[in-house]
Unconditional design. Structure first.
Length: 91
């Protein structure tokens, strides 16, 4: 599968939501208020995707690394997030 095809096949409901729900809960899902950024819906994810990608790409232990105190996201999951953003945020 080429990169353009991969980008066009990634959707929020098909892949991205699953990654965010599995890896960002329970801290960011459901929205709890306070200092934790709510990542419980499509609009929140699209608005913050650059920051999300930046933080999950940091080395474990570096300030700002997410998911804090948990195993890093795999390269495949990070690529899905990047390709989804590059492909225009398909729902």
């Amino acid at each position: 599968m080429n990169t353009e095809t991969a980008k066009s096949n990634i959707t929020y409901h098909g892949m991205v939501q699953e990654i965010i729900t599995a890896r960002c809960a329970p801290c960011h899902i459901p929205a709890k208020g306070g200092k934790k950024l709510a990542l419980d819906n499509y609009d929140a994810i699209t608005k913050n995707i650059d920051e999300i990608i930046h933080r999950v790409s940091l080395p474990m232990g570096e300030k700002g690394y997410m998911p804090k105190k948990n195993v890093p996201l795999g390269a495949d999951s990070i690529a899905i997030l990047k390709n989804w953003a590059a492909g225009g945020f398909a729902k």
